[in-house]
Design a protein around this ligand. Sequence first.
Ligand code: AMP
Length: 163
Amino acid sequence: MNKFAGPKVGPLANSFQLSLCYPFHMNDCIFCKIVRGEISSYKVYETDETLAFLDINPVAKGHLLVIPKGSDSSNIFDISAHEWSAVMETVRVVSTALEKALGADGVNIMMNNREHAGQIIFHPHVHLIPRFKGDGLKLWPHGSYKEGEAAEVAEAILETLKK
Ligand code: AMP
């Protein structure tokens, strides 16, 4: 297991992560406190292993977060296969309800993993963002590959997966 799945950029980042969610501070991040009801939240769905609640600063109204209730992992790099499966099943169930409840036209499912990918809370969480026809929300710009670059990148990933 990856023992340190948060920021990789020096002591400040390390202490920042410690204050949010880290194995040595188990059960002490904002989301852990939400699970225990020590911080208020708008919970919409709960299973033995997962919780879905409203993001406090929504990208769109109805923006939800789905988390594992356990707190010994930080993101996709150290969550167990079992916990991840449970999170994904809750994502599936809640996405369907979210679209229906808000009369949305789709849902974006996103996850930020590590600081440079935009992660600020180091307890695994998946964002569900309801989308509406014509809402104009652009989540990321698309680029393109130079000649031969796509094959190189695919090869690097493929080789790593073989190890
Ligand atoms: P990320 O950048 O992926 O780590 O996202 C963290 C998310 O947590 C942000 O979208 C915040 O708006 C959200 N957030 C932070 N504190 C709370 C809170 N107390 N209740 C609900 N959502 C929160």
